[in-house]
Design a protein around this ligand. Structure first.
Ligand code: ATP
Ligand code: MG
Length: 369
């Protein structure tokens, strides 16, 4: 293989976190085939880059016996990478469809195909995060480009539930979410010091959420799911300002009490003029070893809430021990290759949400009266 051929083959390898060819992100440095074995310089933003071992294996597969020298990028190379990412985010290098009057990433433009789904609930513990994680993966499994933002400052748990194996990467003023199970994931939790109670209010919370939505490289997703804190709160208000066309989905259990609190959060969303698009019932029933269906938390809560809100009940997720264990261990149930009623429920939910399309009503600005 000649040096140019080897170089172009290496440059075409796709970096698994950024999902861009190594050539485009500047990861391939000097390539030398003058010795008995090729010598390739792998140039990374920092040498402990999370996919470095995978990249080295991929390079060795192209040219056996290659010796790889890892080095970190110099300032110019880092700047070039950051510019590349910013251009990808803002679409400035694109064919000119981008409306420059709108600041922020292209996926927040009015004409963007990205749908932002706020997953909310009236109270904690109804399975909002479990639903968010498995729904996000189910959407990715159906071929959509998906991001999840854990905006639940009071109980952030998504990266652990998803099984993220490394932290998001901060490159200058851009954050690169962790790509895991085909889903880009970012959590407020990474930006709150450990063990520190979250007392963020108003402006601080607003700024943090705004940054995570607008300064992270979500890479023009089809869906960005946001795990919202329970209740009504500041986060919904902030998001309604940053992403006016956010669609709200309310998670509830079949219990009447859960349904009443869920209703309050849905009404609050309406007050902010957020489109409530549907209800998702979780913990709907449990199928015992005897094959019988047990309705542990009662029945009908999801349906009743949907009727009261005038929106569809989009799906019912059964209670399932593997779902809980998978969440605890960071192996989301929908990735385990089985085909249970839970897998079917998430696949169906993903299809239904994708099929119902973007909310039709857009509003130009938020008015609180
Ligand atoms: N369908 C289900 N079957 C079995 N266990 C479930 C189910 N849904 C959620 N759980 C379990 O219930 C617990 C609470 O779920 P989860 O953390 O998803 O809820 P949440 O609404 O996000 O809670 P929080 O308010 O604490 O953020 C977790 O241990 C989770 O594994
Ligand atoms: Mg949660």
């Amino acid at each position: 293989m000649s040096t140019p051929t080897l170089r172009s083959t290496l440059e075409a390898i796709v970096e698994p976190q950024l999902v861009r060819p190594l050539g485009d992100v500047g990861f391939i440095g000097a390539v030398d085939i003058t010795g008995p074995f090729p010598r390739v310089e792998l140039v990374l933003p920092f040498t402990s880059w999370p996919t470095a071992p995978l990249l080295e294996a991929a390079i060795k597969e192209v040219a056996e016996g290659t010796s790889i020298v890892r080095r970190s990028m110099n300032e110019d190379e880092l700047l070039a990478l950051r510019n590349y990412i910013r251009m990808e985010m803002r679409g400035e290098a694109g064919p000119g469809h981008h409306d420059h009057s709108e600041p922020g990433p292209r996926f927040l433009d009015k004409t963007s195909r990205t749908r932002v789904l706020g997953i909310s609930s009236g109270k904690g513990g109804v399975g909002k995060s479990s639903v968010t994680v498995n729904l996000a993966i189910a959407l990715a499994q159906q071929g959509h480009k998906v991001g999840v933002l854990d905006a639940d400052v009071y109980g952030f748990s998504l990266p652990k539930m998803l099984g993220a194996d490394h932290d998001p990467i901060v490159l200058g003023d851009t954050v690169i979410p962790t790509l895991v199970h085909g889903v880009r994931c970012l959590s407020m939790g990474y930006f709150v010091p450990d063990e520190q109670p979250v007392i963020w209010r108003g402006p601080m919370l607003h700024k943090a959420i705004e940054q995570l939505v607008t300064e992270a490289w979500w890479d023009q997703p089809d869906f960005l799911l946001i795990d919202m804190p329970p209740g009504t709160g500041d986060v919904a208000l902030t998001l309604s300002e940053i992403v006016p066309r956010i669609e709200m989905y309310v998670v509830t259990t079949p219990q009447a009490a859960a349904q009443r609190v869920a209703q309050r959060s849905a009404y609050a969303a309406r007050k902010l003029k957020l489109a409530v698009r549907g209800v998702i019932e979780n913990m709907s029933w449990f199928i015992g070893d005897d094959g019988k269906r047990y309705e542990i938390f009662g029945t009908g809560g999801g349906q009743k809430l949907a009727e009261e809100l005038g929106v569809p009940l989009l799906g019912q997720v059964p209670l399932n021990m593997t779902l809980r264990e998978g969440g605890d261990a960071g192996n989301p149930i929908v990735t385990d290759g089985n085909e249970t009623d839970v897998h079917a429920a998430f696949a169906q939910l993903a299809k239904t949400i994708a099929a119902q399309g973007q909310a039709r009503v857009y509003r130009q600005e938020l008015r609180l009266v």
